[in-house]
Write a protein that binds this ligand. Structure first.
Ligand SMILES: O=C(O)CCC(=O)C(=O)O
Ligand SMILES: [Fe+2]
Length: 517
């Protein structure tokens, strides 16, 4: 990389940003030339923890899995204290971020290239770091740098700003991995997760750091720094400056997550929720913008292995790669992330083991328990179009014959045949539909022994297929009678057909004799 960045001397101080002199460092969309200078009399120091802070507090030096689990079940996020990151490093990181953001807009675009990137207006990025093009574009009042930690060495070069940024991030990244590992291990223990899965469920090599700046905005009440969302990661660790603006949604209310000195915010993402079978929450959160001050935050995200399968009793097995692709598809199509809902098994889904889930069809008034589609476990799903083609194909010989030699006397027979095809191959055909072909067949059976034979066979099939509809105890005798009658009548039908065959043979013999005489 190593590009030398020329900096305007008035832009070199982060403080100059807060005084509103540095509009040229903002993406053009965020520049507000006529807006009065932001207030400069803000107290820059972070506040200590107070009793009024409702957030659960977790001490990393004394990590108690039960306490951690409770915080994550209840809030899906917590404030982390005693995290072991030196205060000097945290301050250096904030300083470096401020310096980087105060570079002219064009320089920032040039400085970070694939797979690192500079972005603005949306936090939704593709794996290569470019913004996902949303169909319904809603601008988020934010700019940022996306840095996959494994790519950090790429920032090494002669440019002093990006180089010092790299050094600080490398050290910070190591702390983040350590933190994520400890928190995940404690949560996994609390959930009773299989320890052999840990490696694929939390892959430290996937760690990325996002550094955000939320410019001040005259229309703060109508502008979103970052719209409400859940994170796709396993865990996220947020490090915010003293401005504030982060909010979480809990019990139908938005709570301010106040900046507190020397603490970090850890929040759970969608992957953690799936792994925990929805026991833990991927918390919904958003960022508000400030009318007078810009805000800087540094967020670390860690994900599962791309191709590792996540198994859960609440979701279909999926890989993080599939999840990410689905999120991007949804954002492109509708502007919104649908997230875990896309992979959810419905309440009527039954797990039969070996990772196989069957969607149990719901009973409906018209469809009965059969429903419109009972999914197969192994076979491909049959669609109405396929069944339509099958019915047409089965009817084809009959249709061709009827077309070539139209015989009105045969119409009942053909109707019976067409219904039989529909019964065998049609879409959502109930057993009772066998009456469709049995009734016309009964009519033609009176005149033709061949048809009578077909009628006899099909009426047995039809009667047997209807037996399960007689499920009440008092209907049992009817079942027995039906089966007995069918069983006894079979030999008679055989005798009748033999007699008929004999008659036919005699008739042919007579005919032959008569002709020969
Ligand atoms: O800037 C923040 O405090 C939060 C950022 C965030 O929620 C995200 O990047 O997903
Ligand atoms: Fe987030």
């Amino acid at each position: 990389m190593g590009k030398a960045i020329s900096m305007d001397s008035t832009l070199s101080s982060p403080k100059s940003q807060k005084m509103g002199w540095a509009q040229s460092s903002y993406p053009p969309h965020f520049r507000q030339p006529n807006y009065p200078n932001p207030r400069v009399d803000q107290d820059d120091s972070l506040q200590p923890i107070t009793d009024s802070d409702p957030l659960p507090l977790i001490d990393l030096q004394q990590l108690i899995p039960e306490k951690l689990g409770e915080a994550c079940r209840d809030w899906g996020l917590f404030r982390l204290v005693n995290h072991g990151i030196p205060l000097t490093l945290l301050n250096q990181l904030q300083d470096q971020a401020n310096k980087l953001f105060s570079l002219p807009f064009e320089s920032k675009q040039a400085l970070f290239t694939n797979p690192m990137s500079y972005f603005w207006g949306t936090p939704a990025l593709t794996p290569s770091g470019t913004a996902v093009a949303e169909s319904a574009q809603s601008i988020n009042w934010v700019e940022g740098f996306n840095v996959p930690l494994t790519q950090l060495p790429q920032l090494q070069g002669e440019d002093p700003i990006s180089d010092s940024f790299r050094c600080v991030l490398e050290e910070y990244g190591r702390h983040m991995s350590r933190l994520a590992r400890s928190v995940f291990a404690a949560l996994a223990m609390n959930l009773g997760l299989d320890p052999t899965l840990s490696e694929s469920y939390l892959s430290e090599s996937t760690g990325i750091i996002r550094v955000y700046r939320y410019p001040y905005c005259s229309e703060a009440s109508r502008t979103c720094g970052m719209e409400a969302h859940t994170d796709s990661s396993v865990l996220a660790v947020l490090n915010q400056d003293n401005v504030g603006g982060l909010q979480v949604f809990k019990d139908d209310e938005w709570f301010d997550i106040k900046p507190v000195a020397d603490t970090l915010i850890v929040n759970l993402g969608d992957m953690m929720q799936a792994m925990s079978n929805d026991e833990l929450k991927s918390v919904k959160h958003r960022v508000k913008v400030n009318r007078f001050e810009e805000r800087v935050s540094i967020c670390y995200f860690v994900f599962p292995m791309e191709d590792g399968v996540i198994r859960s009793s609440k979701y279909k097995p999926f890989t993080y790669k599939e999840f990410r692709a689905q999120v991007q598809e949804d954002i492109k199509a509708s502007g919104f992330k649908v997230g875990l809902e896309r992979f959810k098994l419905s309440n009527s889904s039954i797990s039969i083991g070996w990772g196989i889930h069957i969607q149990a069809p719901a009973a409906s008034f018209t469809g009965g328990l059969v429903g419109n589609s009972s999914p197969f476990v192994v076979l491909p799903q049959v669609t109405p179009l396929i069944t339509f083609m099958m019915v047409l194909l089965a009817m084809f010989p009959c249709l061709v014959k009827a077309w070539r030699e139209p015989r009105p006397g045969m119409i009942t027979r053909w109707v019976a045949y067409a219904y039989t095809c529909g019964f065998f191959f049609g879409w959502h055909v109930h057993e009772k539909a066998s009456l469709h072909f049995l009734i016309p067949l009964a009519i033609v059976a009176v005149h033709n022994l061949e048809d009578a034979r077909h009628y006899f066979l099909l009426s047995i099939v039809s009667c047997y297929s209807l037996l399960h509809l007689l499920f009440e105890a008092k209907e049992y005798p009817i079942k027995v009678l039906l089966v007995t009658w069918l069983g006894f009548s079979a030999p008679f039908s055989k005798i009748a057909s033999v007699q008929a065959a004999e008659k036919r043979e005699n008739a042919v013999l007579h005919l032959i004799l008569f002709n020969s005489v």
